[in-house]
Design a protein around this ligand. Structure first.
Ligand SMILES: Cc1ncc(COP(=O)(O)O)c(C=O)c1O
Length: 444
């Protein structure tokens, strides 16, 4: 027994050393996962965790749902791979289904495997529709992926060494509902920012802009939301300047906000919508929904060997059907209200909680050292993450972008109320401990 365990541990240590993406010495908080079911995961020591990250917010339908697993196994038996010049029955069925649940007017769909590649598909579509364009516009603090082009479209990476290979994007300012520009209310900041964007488009660009891309709630950039006047204002600007509006719903789609799409929730009218993450039910699947009049790809513009991978497509078909059959949008909205109410109550007791954000199960809290200055409590946020994980709750942490002080609670949409309540109980306890440890004082 001891020998087997030692052998196993050695094997894992050697494996970690061999991994290209692993920092030297490894990441002490990184678990090795062996099994998952619904909202629970187990590591290689047999320890159970409630997964409030849905594995990068991708298991909107809980992990290993039998309907998805069966569909994937059946597809595997029949046909695992088909070149993109061929169709499969599941591909045609999923195409029809995606168009039927899309926001109004989006009646064409294309598939690929990663959100980043889907954003690239949307960017290529924009250029195909406006070949004379000189720019694609993105917002400050956006996140659109990790391919070379989508990294360039994302928040500026400190010490970016990829620049020479990256296309230039037109970066537009965004309003901040929690930290509006000095002396302004959030409403005034939104109005000012829309005005600045109009100015930039009139005076600050050379040549037409093919598309403006944004996330309805900026996910990795810090759960930055926008108000209704912003979404309306951006649509008006796009119409005025003939710019394609691309809404990146890789993170907000398939029920996460309590509506099928955040575009439905916020009444946005995209020309193109990018989806990913939850749609594959744990298998890689992403894609683009577009208005028919923009469907102008030429043969070869966007063909990838595994772009329409039959197993992912079959899993996706089963996933979308299950999300609809189980009415998970309603469940997400109800869970979201419950979690938000509890967090608002905690905010009255915990000075660390500067802001509580939702909707649906796109839930987060921003931790601050001082509610007046809103100084980010970055070390405290990491301590909360580590302590919760020790107690069997995996919370989301904003390690790579934003201010690094966000704790995210974004479990599968079908998490039970009991597991959600238990996760919030642990968060409550851990906040008390961290506040004591860091000497956080006073609820102002
Ligand atoms: C809004 C958004 N767009 C695109 C992506 C990239 O997706 P992927 O990691 O599947 O390439 C992500 C991933 O986090 C995302 O949140």
């Amino acid at each position: 027994m001891t020998d087997t365990l030692t052998e196993y541990t050695d094997l894992h240590a050697r494996g970690r050393e061999a991994l290209l993406h692993e920092p030297a010495g490894g990441d002490p908080d990184k678990l090795t996962l062996v099994r998952a079911s619904g909202s629970l995961v187990w590591d290689d020591t047999g320890k159970e965790y409630i997964d409030c990250t849905a594995q990068a917010w991708s298991n909107n339908l809980g992990a290993n749902d039998p309907r998805v697993i069966e569909a994937a196994i059946e597809q595997t038996r029949q046909l695992t791979h088909a070149r993109p010049t061929f169709h499969t029955p599941a591909l045609l069925e999923l195409a029809e289904l995606m168009v039927s649940i899309a926001p109004t007017g989006l009646d064409r769909v294309g598939f690929t495997l990663h959100g980043s590649m889907a954003v690239e598909m949307a960017l290529k579509l924009a250029m195909r529709n406006r070949p004379d364009a000189k720019h694609i516009a993105v917002l400050h603090d956006s996140y659109h992926g990790r391919s070379i082009a989508t990294m360039a479209a994302s928040w500026p990476h400190p010490g970016n060494v990829f620049g020479p290979l990256q296309p230039q994007f037109l970066r537009l300012p965004r309003p901040d509902l929690y930290r509006p520009r000095a002396g302004l209310t959030a409403e005034q900041d939104t109005e000012l920012t829309l005005g600045l964007i109009r100015d930039i488009l009139v005076k600050g660009t050379e040549g037409p802009v093919a598309a403006l891309v944004y996330e309805p709630i900026q996910g990795n950039g810090g759960h930055n939301g926008f108000s209704a006047p912003w979404h309306r204002g951006i649509r008006e600007i796009c119409d005025e300047f003939g710019i394609m509006l691309i809404i990146d719903e890789v993170q907000t789609g398939l029920g996460r906000t309590g509506a099928m799409w955040a575009s439905d929730y916020y009444d946005i009218e995209p020309d193109v919508l990018v989806f990913g993450k939850g749609v594959g039910g744990g298998f890689p699947l992403a894609g683009v929904l577009a208005k028919r009049r923009f469907a102008k790809f030429l043969a070869g513009d966007d063909q990838l060997t595994f772009g329409q991978f039959p197993i992912s497509i079959a899993a996706g078909l089963a996933t979308v059907r299950a999300v609809m059959a189980d009415d998970l949008c309603t469940t997400a909205a109800e869970h979201g209200r419950y979690a938000t109410d509890r967090l608002l109550e905690m905010q009255r007791r915990h000075p660390l909680i500067g802001d509580v954000r939702s909707p649906g199960l796109m839930v987060s809290i921003e931790l601050v050292r001082d509610r007046a200055t809103k100084e980010p409590a970055t070390a405290e946020a990491h301590a909360v993450f580590v302590r919760a994980q020790e107690r069997g709750v995996i919370l989301g942490e904003s390690r790579y972008a934003g201010l690094g002080n966000l704790i995210k609670i974004k479990p599968p949409l079908d998490i039970s109320r009991e597991l959600l309540a238990r996760s919030l109980d642990v968060l409550d306890d851990v906040l008390t401990e961290v506040e004591a440890e860091y000497g956080t004082v006073g609820v102002s």
